[in-house]
Write a protein that binds this ligand. Structure first.
Ligand SMILES: NC(=O)c1ccc[n+]([C@@H]2O[C@H](COP(=O)([O-])OP(=O)(O)OC[C@H]3O[C@@H](n4cnc5c(N)ncnc54)[C@H](OP(=O)(O)O)[C@@H]3O)[C@@H](O)[C@H]2O)c1
Length: 243
């Protein structure tokens, strides 16, 4: 009997949950608990960290999990590393459901940086109007660059902000190029800072930046150890039926 654990919080995880539920495969969907109202799922949901790789291994054991699919965001590297370690320790088959990274197109003006720290370094210059699209968890890192006027788009209204000069738009994707272009024009955006998340839901800001001729500081993905990876839900279903 298969009992699947989906490490979620992404569009890909949601699509997998739908497919798994339709097929009647026993599964649990796991959220980190970062947003106030996570999307409902057609599967039992658990919320919150497991307590490192050891905690995840214990969860796998206690809940008789037979397979784990890591469908977390490409920047959720700690969770992905923990899953590799816990699945190795418990000999549980692990696959990742991933999305391709964004690739620049003609007209894009991208400067690549390897990580958040390098993005912070790159913002050491004069004040600019910056669309900082890095998510709530990393705003603190940019507090050493208070000279800029920031546009932030967040899923929930933040209680406090580590940036003195910031405007918050509360919204949840997917977004459209036309709306993002209008937003950036209204804000007088001069630079977009983006993680290379991939996928379609958050791509609009890059299309809008291209249309407006704006530069993008593109934070490349963390590198993870080699693992079984799929890009399609159907491939995961196939893997579950022929492990
Ligand atoms: N990072 C992003 O840009 C981004 C964007 C969109 C959505 N998300 C989603 O938000 C969640 C957190 O991302 P993050 O970047 O903070 O991850 P992270 O830095 O890799 O994870 C930090 C810790 O959060 C817990 N955690 C993360 N994902 C979890 C999950 N799906 N279920 C249970 N616990 C989880 C784990 O705690 P323990 O060690 O205690 O187990 C993990 O060690 C992920 O589910 C991810 O898919 C992230």
């Amino acid at each position: 009997m298969t009992t699947l654990l989906i490490l979620g919080g992404t569009t890909e995880a949601n699509a997998l949950a739908k497919a798994v539920s339709r097929q009647g495969i026993a599964a649990v969907y796991s959220y980190a608990g970062r947003v106030e109202n996570p999307r409902p799922q057609p599967l039992p949901v658990r919320v919150g960290g497991f307590g490192g790789p050891e905690g995840l291994a214990a969860y796998i054991h206690e809940n008789a999990i037979t397979h784990v699919v890591d469908a977390t965001h490409p920047f959720a590297a700690r969770m992905s590393r923990n899953a590799i370690e816990a699945c190795a320790a418990t000999r549980t088959p692990l696959a990742a459901l991933t999305r391709a990274a964004w690739v620049s197109q003609p007209g894009d003006v991208w400067r690549h940086v390897p990580d958040i720290a390098a993005a912070v370094d790159a913002l050491s210059g004069d004040a600019q109007r910056v669309f900082l699209a890095v998510g709530r968890m990393h705003l603190e890192d940019f507090s050493t660059r208070p000279q800029h006027s920031y546009l932030l788009r967040l899923v929930d209204e933040p209680d406090t902000l580590p940036l003195p000069n910031a405007e918050v738009v509360v919204a949840r994707g997917p977004f459209t190029e036309a709306d993002d272009r209008a937003l950036m024009q209204r804000q007088g955006t001069q630079l977009v800072v983006s993680k290379n998340a991939g996928g379609t839901g958050a791509r609009a800001k890059l299309d809008a930046a291209r249309a407006l001729g704006l530069p993008v500081l593109m934070i490349d993905r963390p590198v993870l150890p080699k693992r079984t990876e799929f890009s399609q839900v159907a491939q995961v279903l196939d893997w579950l039926s022929h492990p």
